[in-house]
Structures are given as C-alpha cells and as structure tokens.
Write a protein that binds this ligand. Sequence first.
Ligand SMILES: O=c1ccn([C@H]2C[C@H](O)[C@@H](CO)O2)c(=O)[nH]1
Ligand SMILES: [Zn+2]
Length: 309
Amino acid sequence: MAQDKYKFVFTANEAASEGVTEPIRLPKLIRKAMSLARGPISKYKIGAVGRASSGRVYLGVNVEFPGLPLHHSIHPEQFLVTNLALNSEKGLRQLAVAISNDCIEFGAPCGNCRQFLMETSNEVDIKILLKSKHEAEGSFGKLKLLLPYRFSPDDVLPKGSPLLLEKRDNCLILSRSAGEICSSDCSHLKCKALAAANNSFSPYTDSPSGVALRDEDGILYRGWYIESVAYSPSLGPVQAALVDFVARSRGKGFDKIVEAVLVEKNNARVSQERTAKMILDTIAAPNCDFKVFHCDVDFQKSLLVNSDR
Ligand SMILES: O=c1ccn([C@H]2C[C@H](O)[C@@H](CO)O2)c(=O)[nH]1
Ligand SMILES: [Zn+2]
C-alpha cells in the first residue's frame, strides 16, 4: 500500500516498520506528527508521539481555530490522550514531544498538559523522553517527577475511582423528548452522541456530554467531554470530536462539517450547549445543522453497573 501520510494510529508492527522498534525510538515518527499539525494562527507545527499500553503508537498534533479565543486550541499531548480515549486505550506508557523544529531536542509537556496527562490513569507513571541536542538517544523521565506537589484526582475522588482512560459507563439514556433511539449500531448522530456521552469523564461536576459530527461525505466522528480535577485543562466535547475529525478525516477542513449533535443532561451543572454552538458557528460549514438532545441517568442500569464494581 502507498504510504499513508494521514495516519495517526500505528499498530506495533506498523510503528516498527517506521523505525519505532522500541520506545526510545518514538522520535522516528515525530516528523510525521508535525506534518499533520493544524496551526493556522501561530504557524507552529507541534507534534507528539506516544506509545499506549496496547503497544500501538499514536500521533498528537496542535490544533488552532481561527476566529476562536486561543484557549480553545488543543495541544498535541491533549490531542493524543483524547485519541487514546476514543480508541479505548487503557493507558499511555511513553511519550516524546519535540521541543525544537529540527526534532533534535525532546522535552517536557507544558504545565497544563502535565496535569492532563497525570490524570489519565493511576496504574503506571508515564515516561517522557528527555533529550538534549548533545545526546544521541536521551532517556525517559517520569511524569510525576515533572509535576511535584500536584493536585491530583486522588485529592478529590473516592479511592479506586476510574480515571480518564479507565473503563466506565455513565448509564445515560435519551430523555423522552428526544424521541426514539435505536438499540443496535445505527448512524443517527443523536445515538452516536449519546454513546459518546456514556463514555464522558466528568466525575467532578457529573455533567457528562458527547458530540457527534457528520462531514459532507457522510462520515461520522464523535468525542466526549473530558474533565480535569483542575477544571481549566478540561477538554470540551466539540474539541474531542474534532480530535476524531482531525485523526480520521484525511486532511479535511472543519468547514466540511455539515451536521452536529450534542447530548448532555438537562440542566447540567456544566452545560456545553452555548460553547458548542459558538465553536461550530465559527468553524463548521456555514449552514451546519446543530441540534441538542438531553439525557437522563438510567437508574436501574446504573445500580447494576455499580454493583458489578
Ligand atoms: O508547550 C506548548 C506550547 C505551545 N504549543 C502550541 C499551541 C499553539 O498551537 C502554538 C503556539 O503557542 O504552539 C504546544 O503545543 N505546546
Ligand atoms: Zn501543552
């Protein structure tokens, strides 16, 4: 097969054929990552390469949105973690982030991303590649050493609570007003957005939400709200769906998005509706159809799921 320049996810074998035969070789994919970045405001192309506990290797890129305030931008590390979640990965093991354009130096993620990465899973500490221009290979440093005296999910959540890459089910169903929903895998955006909301990570405000998008070729994308214990590093559901879009749309512009659905709880403590509309009004196709459906917790299912724990 011809080289796929839009590839964001590599099996262990595919990564090896790109030269990533072991974690210290993650930099072999960094130029690919950088080439996929979307930084029309800064013109910076920043990339990250990470290896999940499954052995698959993921690329992350910075994404900027012309017309929106800068805090809506996505950093490569947050992109990568979000894509891990969307692909049901259980953990990130090693990460390499280039800190120079020539890809010779690798270093620590910014403060926000250190916080976000730290909240992915309790299981193991993530290893970050640290390499100066004088070293041939560099070495891995532990994330927790890069974020001492941290504010962590353990400070707030009951012990053993699942973290952002750990399995959960929010047991949400669409409210009666949303009409029929399907039992099997269908292509309704509201069903995709509901399924996304069921994966949403919102243990601090209990405001799960999900977004599904359709592009002009009929391809669907979805993502869910990911909350941080420190609040501001949180990633909204539209951004998460846009991570899916960037990772799978093979270079399409956001203006190819023609339909969007948000599912969130009625009267949610953290409502995404107005922000989602504002983002889509700014970046999606001019006549993009945007609908909101509300959901409730299915308490019977919730009892069952929680008694399994
Ligand atoms: O640590 C950093 C600093 C900046 N950027 C990106 C964000 C934005 O797209 C551009 C300019 O700051 O670079 C990162 O990805 N990581
Ligand atoms: Zn960052």
